[in-house]
Structures are given as structure tokens and as C-alpha cells.
Design a protein around this ligand. Structure first.
Ligand code: LIP
Length: 268
């Protein structure tokens, strides 16, 4: 399992000194040399094992597909957690068919590996969702006021201000919220019942490709916001009843403003 191989490289690097290699969309959107090393490893190994498959990586590695399969890869999801040595980050790998774009792709298989805990979440279309060899199945949801909501925030201060406005209204209406900092593991937490529902905006394709399948193969739903595919504009995950209730509240709070209408949403 390549996710584990890349994860072992990451864990070994984390045992030493890790520093910011560069920033991307803002001063707090960071990348380390280990992100790039992990992506390079996965790019090379997948090229050897699956010649002709495409590759879409967070750190820029790309390859056109001639087989109809594309690997969508986040070499370290939760990079800020990794940088701070918070043991909650993951290698997230998904094999998709069709156009490698949220809403157009069909996720065929996914793996999410947390090197700090050794937890491997995996799913294959029509074959179930697993934590290790434990089959995952979400249960009936609690009432919204007893539900644990996971969410996350953008790297742009303007978007964080908007997200803070919405979450401030939702916080008293839920049991509590959790902001773990790693979308793929947030999605895995929905599948394992560690949270009841998850919502986030401004996610990138590699953040949620594998986690989508881990959730749906465990009986959950993945939905978008405002009629958009699940992804950048918004992504919900959980039991359909709870997702519907949460989405309704977010729309009522006007938390579905198109990103393009929020000045500075993508940049600091
Ligand atoms: C992270 C996501 C997380 C989000 C962070 C960041 P990265 O991905 O997994 O859910 O809240 O802002 O986008 O940048 O660590 O790959």
C-alpha cells in the first residue's frame, strides 16, 4: 500500500527537524520539503506500478491519463498539523475515473493513512469502507443539538472571517464542534462515527477525493452547496438527515454566498 510507504517516509522525517519550505495562497498556507518528497515518491511509484494512469497532486505533480484512471493525491493532508508535530495528518490517495474533477469524477478506490497513529482508512466502490480490517457503517444520527460537527477554515483571512460568522451561529445549536485540521481525516471520522457530520468550504480536490468514498461506502452521503458539486464551494458529509438539517441552517444563515462574491476569499 503506497499510502503506508509514503507515510513511513513522512513519519521518519517528522522525527527530525521540519520547517516551512514555501508558502502558497497566503502566509499561513505552507508547504514543507516533506510534502514535496512524499508527492515525488507517490508520483514515481504509481508511474512504475500503473503506467498510463494520470496523476493530480497537491504540490504540482501531474500526468495525463491514457487509461481513464487518474490518481488524486494529497501527499500530506493537514500540513500545518505536521509542521507543528500534532499527530493528526494523512496521506490521502484516490483512484478516479472520468474527468479528474469533483462532480465529474467517479471515485473507484481510496486510502487515507495517518502515519502518526498507523490508522489506515480505505474503501473500494461497492466493496465497503474499512478502518484496518474493521468494516465501517455510519449509524442513525442524533438530534442536531446533540450532534458533533467537524469543520475547517480557509487560508484566507477574509474567508475565515465569513466562516467564523457562520460557525458562531451554529455552535450553540450543536453538541460541539471539532476543527481537527485535516479534511481527509475529518471525512474518515464521519465514517467511523467519531463525528456526526462534517462541513467545509474552499477544499481542494485532493483534500476530499479519497474521503468521499470512505464516507459513502460506510452509508453516508457527500453533498455540495448551492447546487454545486461537493468541493470548493462547500462539502457536506454524514447521515442524509443531518446533512439536510445542517445545509438548511447554513442557507438560512446566508452561509452559501458564492466564493466569487466574497472579496479576498482565496487570498490573504
Ligand atoms: C487542509 C485541509 C483542512 C483545511 C485546511 C487545509 P492541507 O489541507 O485538510 O481541512 O481546514 O485549511 O486546507 O492544506 O493541509 O493539505
Amino acid at each position: 500500500m503506497l499510502a503506508r510507504e509514503a507515510g513511513e517516509h513522512i513519519a521518519a522525517a517528522r522525527a527530525g527537524h521540519v520547517e516551512v519550505h514555501a508558502t502558497k495562497s497566503s502566509a499561513v498556507d505552507v508547504v514543507t520539503a516533506v510534502d514535496k518528497e512524499s508527492e515525488e515518491l507517490l508520483f514515481e511509484r504509481l508511474g512504475q506500478l500503473r503506467p498510463g494512469d494520470g496523476f493530480l497532486g497537491e504540490e504540482g505533480k501531474a500526468r495525463e491519463s491514457t487509461t481513464g484512471v487518474t490518481w488524486v493525491v494529497d501527499p500530506i493532508d493537514g500540513t500545518v498539523n505536521f509542521l507543528y508535530n500534532i499527530p493528526h495528518y494523512a496521506v490521502s490517495i484516490a483512484a478516479v475515473t472520468g474527468e479528474a474533477k469533483p462532480g465529474a469524477w467517479q471515485v473507484e478506490a481510496g486510502a487515507i493513512f495517518n502515519p502518526a497513529t498507523g490508522e489506515m482508512f480505505s474503501a473500494a466502490r461497492g466493496e465497503g469502507s474499512y478502518l484496518g480490517d474493521q468494516r465501517l457503517q455510519i449509524s442513525s444520527p442524533p438530534p442536531m443539538n446533540l450532534a458533533l460537527l467537524a469543520t475547517g477554515f480557509a487560508y484566507s483571512s477574509a474567508m475565515r472571517r465569513e466562516q467564523a460568522r457562520v460557525i458562531a451561529e451554529l455552535l450553540p445549536e450543536f453538541r460541539d464542534i471539532r476543527r481537527f485540521g485535516t479534511a481527509s481525516l475529518d471525512l474518515a471520522s464521519v465514517a467511523t462515527g467519531r463525528v456526526d457530520v462534517y462541513f467545509e468550504r474552499t477544499l481542494m480536490p485532493w483534500d476530499h477525493a479519497a474521503g468521499e468514498l470512505v464516507v459513502t461506502e460506510a452509508g453516508g452521503v457527500i453533498e455540495g452547496l448551492g447546487g454545486q458539486p461537493p468541493g470548493r464551494e462547500g462539502l457536506f458529509a454524514g447521515h442524509p438527515e443531518l446533512v439536510a438539517q445542517l445545509k438548511s441552517r447554513i442557507v438560512a444563515l446566508q452561509g452559501d454566498t458564492l466564493l466569487s462574491e466574497i472579496p479576498g476569499w482565496g487570498l490573504e
